[in-house]
Design a protein around this ligand. Structure first.
Ligand code: ZN
Length: 327
């Protein structure tokens, strides 16, 4: 395979030039932007405005290939620790283990010869969708009108138009996120019953897809078994989620699973020091949060931040990355 040839477009050259000039003025070592995707959609979806569809994902990958130095997560973490990062250093990650990483993202990553990491929740490999997607698909199919879940302690929602439906999905997801697992299951079963049953496609990777990704320059990382909020579990259950996922994924790929991403990823709310210690003791090399901005050599290796620029135009997307790299 021939190497991807970087664009000579003035915009790409300007990003490279500006990134290198800014990197020279940095004190305290270069920084690393770890980009954090979830799904890639085939087409825009009014209920999932934060998720890129294929055309958006493609310009973002081209922009990274042309303007930045995209490293594998393993190389990036190693160079970060040794203070040897190149300027404009970026790594690409995907959370949860969606099938679209295999079906839609992988061909684009290959086109631009970009390495990536996908953090997989191992409990969905053979069956089932994540609870947040079950809420979204149920609300999508619900008839127009009022959705009254007050008898389930989950409030009332208006579904008169797409915007209200999108807000309802967001609010219901936030409500369900911090319910105990049993309460959440009851609420989602009720939603699916009112939506006329379960009728969503399988969204998550299969074991064969995980193996195909692992053979294609995509590292497999762990993201717990069932994607719980770790702080909502007792310590034994949390440890089991962190340890078992590693073992499950190693059985699938035959490779050591080196990296872990905390579900939801906000320290203090979604995980705390206990889970940092558990990840270390489970034998991971590094762990990743969803704190905003770039990682620096001063970051704890088990608390490396990740984020996705939310800008919908390439210039602002580049500027935000450069700003994080410099901040
Ligand atoms: Zn996740």
């Amino acid at each position: 395979m021939t190497a991807y040839v970087r664009s000579r477009h003035p915009g790409a050259r300007l990003v490279r030039f500006a990134g290198d000039r800014l990197a020279r003025q940095e004190s305290g070592g270069r920084r690393l932007c770890i980009i954090n995707y979830h799904r890639v959609l085939t087409r825009p979806d009014p209920l999932m405005e934060a998720e890129p569809h294929l055309a958006v994902f493609r310009w973002q990958m081209k922009l990274l290939a042309d303007g930045f130095n995209v490293l594998s997560l393993a190389e990036a973490v190693d160079l970060l620790a040794r203070g040897r990062l190149p300027s404009r250093a970026v790594a690409i990650t995907f959370d949860d283990g969606y099938r679209s990483v295999h079906d839609l993202a992988l061909p684009v990553l290959r086109e631009f010869m970009l390495p990536a990491t996908v953090f997989v929740s191992s409990g969905f490999l053979d069956h089932g969708n994540m609870w947040n997607d079950r809420i979204l698909e149920a609300v999508r199919r619900m008839p127009e009108g009022t959705l009254d879940l007050s008898t389930h302690g989950a409030g009332c929602y208006q579904l008169a138009n797409q915007e209200l439906r999108r807000q309802s999905v967001r609010q219901l997801t936030e409500t369900a996120k911090y319910l105990p697992p049993d309460g959440r299951s009851v609420l989602i079963a009720e939603l699916e019953r009112r939506a006329g049953g379960v009728d969503a496609p399988d969204l998550m990777l299969t074991p064969d897809m995980v193996r195909a990704l692992a053979r294609s320059n995509v590292e497999i990382g762990a993201h717990t078994v069932s994607h719980p909020i770790l702080t909502s579990l007792d310590d034994d259950s949390a440890r089991r989620e962190i340890v078992t996922c590693k073992r499950d994924l190693e059985a699938v790929t035959g490779n050591t699973v080196r990296f872990f991403a905390y579900p939801n990823g906000k320290e203090g709310r979604d995980f705390d020091q206990r889970h940092v210690t558990m990840a270390r003791e489970a034998g991971y090399t590094a762990a990743f949060t969803t704190a905003l901005g770039a990682a620096s050599s001063g970051n704890d290796r088990f608390r490396l931040p990740r984020s996705l620029p939310w800008d919908s135009n390439p210039l602002l997307f580049s500027l935000r990355l450069l700003r994080w790299l410099l901040a």
